[in-house]
Write a protein that binds this ligand. Structure first.
Ligand SMILES: Nc1ncnc2c1ncn2[C@@H]1O[C@H](COP(=O)(O)OP(=O)(O)OP(=O)(O)O)[C@@H](O)[C@H]1O
Ligand SMILES: [Mg+2]
Length: 332
């Protein structure tokens, strides 16, 4: 369901706007972002570096730190606005029903606490009662599920584990300590080498299926989106510019930015599939354009309307595809 209010949506984000007030400049990092997500659905969030992808994820969970602030918008999770929940309730949802995994597994762990102690703390937060057999048995079971043999290793520290192992441990903590229905993953395999990446992807795929997890996957790797996701959201300069099912968007992108983006990477399925910068200068987020932020780089520039009016996401092509471009808002 792409448009309007969807009562069956797991997540319904409306008008999310986040800014960073740095000395001398206000950065419009996320502007009026709206989308929804059905239970079990997987969505890829793509766009050039600095387009606001990580800020969207952090904004959903109330993790934007000063000088950043979510200025407006609603984040309805199962119909309740996470932005208005008391802090302790939000903390329970975070890691309990909604989990987050990052690019860098090493920094996700506290270097001065044992892995066992960190996992025990997470479990205690999300389990009302101690698991049968105790916390350590449960932790070993969780780690075994993600392919890490933890026997005798719970007293080890992050540096005692490899990158790939730490990423698996982070995934275990995210997916198995609570009972999540939504996983937010910010470039979860970028720091891993190719073999480990494939294994971690398989693990994510299996866990998603097993637990019925919905997923928002932030990545520069379009092949990953094609492999793991049902839908793709494309961001440019803090705004969503295209939203559609993966097949339609990759087969027939509607927004000129998406078109140029897909042309700038080798054809699928090729080896190097990262989103690379396209020609032209990146937009200045401190002085948002009055019209479409992509206009100066656009191959389909229509003239004054593109410079004066921000295009709204509108149906483009199939019913399951929307693009924020005046090509689809004006009759030409
Ligand atoms: N803590 C911060 N302080 C100031 N500006 C920030 C902060 N975090 C992000 N920004 C700015 O917000 C904008 C969006 O950044 P964000 O990290 O969300 O982009 P991204 O799409 O995740 O990029 P990447 O692909 O490089 O991870 C950028 O202009 C960035 O400089
Ligand atoms: Mg990012």
């Amino acid at each position: 369901m792409l448009n309007g209010t969807d009562r069956s949506a797991l997540l319904d984000v409306r008008g999310l706007t986040t800014r960073f007030a740095t000395p001398g400049a206000l950065i419009h990092a996320v502007e009026d972002v709206s989308f929804n997500l059905s239970p079990g659905e997987a969505v890829g969030l793509v766009g050039e570096s600095g387009s606001g992808k990580s800020t969207v994820l952090r904004s959903l969970l109330g993790l934007v730190k000063p000088p950043g602030r979510v200025v407006s918008g609603e984040v309805l999770f199962r119909g309740r606005d996470l932005r208005t929940l008391p802090a302790d309730e939000l903390r329970r949802i975070r890691g309990g029903q909604i989990s987050l995994i990052f690019q860098d597994p090493v920094n996700a762990f506290n270097p001065s606490l044992t892995i066992g102690e960190q996992l025990r703390r997470i479990l205690r937060l999300h389990r009302a009662e101690a698991p049968v057999g105790g916390f350590d048995r449960e932790i070993e079971r969780m780690l075994a599920r993600v392919g890490v043999d933890a026997s005798g290793k719970l007293n080890g520290y992050a540096f005692n584990f490899s990158q790939g192992q730490l990423q698996r441990i982070m995934i275990a903590a995210a997916c198995l300590s609570g009972s999540p229905s939504l996983l937010l993953a910010d470039e979860p395999t970028t720091s891993l080498d190719v073999t480990i990446e494939a294994q971690v992807l398989q693990l994510l795929r299996d866990l998603r299926q097993e637990l019925g997890l919905a997923l928002i996957l932030v990545t520069h790797n379009l092949a990953l989106v094609a492999e793991l996701c049902d839908r793709v959201l494309v961001m440019y300069a803090g705004r969503l510019v295209e939203d559609g099912d993966v097949y339609s968007v990759f087969d027939s992108p509607k927004h000129p930015y998406t078109q140029q983006l897909l042309r700038s990477v080798p054809r699928f399925p090729a080896s190097a599939r990262r989103v690379e910068a396209i020609s032209g200068s990146v937009p200045d987020l401190t002085a948002p354009a009055a019209g479409c932020a992509f206009a100066p780089r656009c191959e389909r520039y229509l003239g004054a309307i593109c410079d004066s009016l921000v295009p709204a996401l509108a149906p483009a092509g199939s019913a399951a595809q929307r693009a924020a471009c005046h090509l689809y808002t004006c009759q030409r």
